[in-house]
Ligand binder design. Structure first.
Ligand SMILES: NC(=O)c1ccc[n+]([C@@H]2O[C@H](COP(=O)([O-])OP(=O)(O)OC[C@H]3O[C@@H](n4cnc5c(N)ncnc54)[C@H](OP(=O)(O)O)[C@@H]3O)[C@@H](O)[C@H]2O)c1
Length: 295
């Protein structure tokens, strides 16, 4: 396995496997929305939640079967047992117990994909049956609109074809990188947590606009469309877009943007971004240690 395989983006869809989404909150919900908009049919999906209220709301939202563990304690085993690819999408502290609880229900060749931050391949493999293919992933919520990024770390028992099946499924709604596990905390700091940084930037730009006298709806739209347009420029064309060059093209000498970038630098923007990415990556490693020590 190379440390970073060439990213795959939106290839022709292949025949869809049966999919189980165990937990259907922000992240698995985003993956499901992306899959349903691309290559997966609703009848090929069974999802679970803990509560009945969430199950009903998500079933209505996505048009798939959603079983509530509160109503049927076997909900996760039932959903997982029918599936070829199972996404574990509960909070990190619940992932290992969830994996252990479905171990005896899985088809031997089913691939279990954890979307949880901080849960290592070793923890996942320890909870599942001997030889069960496992992939640790770090997705992000823009998968819901076909523009996500996912890091995949194949476990010891995941063959190239298992990894390819998951890659093909997710590549229909984002860019997929196969990476070494040593890189996943850093990837989490950029692309896993990163959508929140972009939303935070948009929030702050809009708030600043309101303070300058703009109507809040106008300020929010200006910020949102600017982040969207700039993002599209970054990934458009032949893939050689250079963020620094694009930034410099907006800056007229002694103009408005140059003054703004100087203000960013004076207020420590590069250091703040570096600190944020590092804090996310560090927290990921810290949660791994906390959960390993708690077991
Ligand atoms: N949010 C992100 O942007 C993001 C990005 C990358 C990775 N992740 C990872 O994704 C995982 C989920 O995070 P999230 O933000 O999606 O959390 P969330 O919105 O709180 O969703 C958690 C889901 O798990 C369900 N659940 C809890 N216990 C369950 C059980 N025993 N059986 C079945 N379903 C159960 C919850 O159902 P109820 O609502 O009924 O309780 C809910 O649908 C985490 O491990 C996180 O590290 C998140």
């Amino acid at each position: 396995m190379s440390s970073t395989a060439a990213p795959q983006q939106n290839p022709a869809p292949t025949a869809a496997p049966r999919v189980a989404m165990l937990g259907l909150g922000s992240m698995n919900g985003a993956i499901l929305a992306g899959l349903l908009a691309s290559s997966v049919q609703p009848e090929d999906v069974v999802a679970t939640t803990r509560s009945t209220a969430t199950a009903q709301a998500r079933a209505q939202e996505h048009g798939v079967t959603v079983l509530a563990e509160a109503e049927d304690p076997q909900a996760n085993q039932i959903a997982a047992g029918q599936a070829d690819i199972i996404f574990l999408g509960v909070k990190p502290h619940g992932i290992v117990d969830l994996a252990g609880s479905i171990a005896d229900s899985l088809k031997p060749d089913a691939v279990v994909v954890s979307v949880a931050a901080a849960i290592s391949v070793e923890m996942l493999q320890g909870a599942l049956g001997q030889g069960q293919p496992v992939i640790r992933s770090m997705p992000n919520t823009p998968l819901s609109v076909g523009l996500g990024v996912v890091g995949l770390v194949p476990g010891t028992h995941a063959s190239e074809s298992d990894t390819r099946r998951v890659q093909d499924l997710l590549a229909a709604c984002g860019t997929v990188h196969v990476i070494e596990e040593s890189q996943i905390d850093a990837l989490t700091g950029i692309s896993g947590s990163g959508p929140a940084y972009a939303f935070y930037l948009a929030e702050q730009m809009a708030e600043a606009g309101v303070r300058l006298g703009l109507d809040p709806a106008l300020a929010a739209d200006l910020a949102a469309q600017t982040v969207y347009g700039a993002g599209k420029m970054l990934v458009s064309g032949d893939g050689t877009a250079d963020a620094a060059a694009l930034r410099k093209a907006v800056c007229s000498p002694n103009g408005t943007t140059e003054r703004a970038i100087d203000a960013f630098d004076e207020h420590g923007f590069p250091a703040a971004v570096a600190a944020a990415v590092t804090a996310s990556a560090t927290r990921s490693a810290e949660i791994t240690d906390e959960l390993r020590n708690a077991r």
